[in-house]
Design a protein around this ligand. Structure first.
Ligand SMILES: [Zn+2]
Length: 111
């Protein structure tokens, strides 16, 4: 079971990671923006640009998924039901939560 100190520390960690991700999402907006069709680039460089855009979009999606997961973790902390596995209801290990504060499953159920 998590102590109050553990939860406070994990809440700070989740909040910090959330802020960093939100800053990343904001600063990656240009990479993800649509390539304008009238941009004077050749066909090959246009393909390159489209591939880079796909990669940037995938990275942005992963960031947004993690933001949602971290916000959900903070909601669970507020609601006083943080740190229990959603499947087996056992406590999730502190080392696991420190590595991944948004974890919703214990290491046994995650695999
Ligand atoms: Zn479990």
């Amino acid at each position: 079971m998590l102590s109050i100190d553990d939860i406070i520390q994990l809440e700070q960690q989740a909040t910090q990671e959330l802020e960093l991700l939100q800053a990343d999402v904001a600063s990656s907006g240009d990479e993800v923006a649509a390539i304008s069709p009238d941009k004077a680039i050749g066909r090959l460089s246009r393909l390159d640009a489209m591939q880079m855009q796909q990669v940037a979009k995938a990275a942005q999606r992963r960031r947004q998924d993690r933001i949602t997961a971290l916000q959900n973790a903070l909601d669970r902390i507020d609601a006083g039901r943080y740190g229990q596995c959603e499947l087996c209801q056992n406590w999730i290990g502190l080392d696991r939560l420190q590595a991944q504060p948004e974890a919703t499953r214990c290491s046994d159920c995650a695999g």
